[in-house]
Design a protein around this ligand. Sequence first.
Ligand code: ZN
Length: 145
Amino acid sequence: MNQSTTSSSLPSNWQIDHIGIAVNSLDTALVRYETLLATQHYGREKVNSQGVEVAFLDTPTSRIELLAPLDPESIVAKFISKRGEGMHHTAFLVPDIHGELDRLKSLDWELIHPKPISGAHGKWVAFLHPKSAHGVLIELCAYKT
Ligand code: ZN
C-alpha cells in the first residue's frame, strides 16, 4: 500500500462522538428517535452559550444529539429557518482540543471558535466552519480535565 501521500499510517485518534440533528421541537423529535432506536434519551440540558436545548440517545458505538433552538435568534433557529430540520453537525472527541485548534488554524482551517467554549455535559467544544469541511459543520469536543 502506498501511504506516501498521507501524514501518518496510523488511524486518527479522533473518535466520532455524536451526530447533531437540528429539530424544531425536542419533545416531538425525542418521541420519534426513541421509537427509531428503541431506547430512552438522557442528558436533556439547556446550553445557554449556544442558545439550544439538547438531549442524547446512545447507540453501542456513538450517540445522536437532538438540538432545538431556545429562541428565534439562536444560530440553530436560523439554520432551521434556512435549511429546515435535519443533519446539523458531526462531533469528534479529541484528546487535545487546544492543540488540535492550533494545528488546524496553522493549516488555514476556518475556526468558528478559536478557543473552546463550554458545551453540554461539562465538555469543551469548538466548531469548525462548514466552508472548511466541504459543507459539514464540525464540532470538536473534549472532556474538561
Ligand atoms: Zn454536538
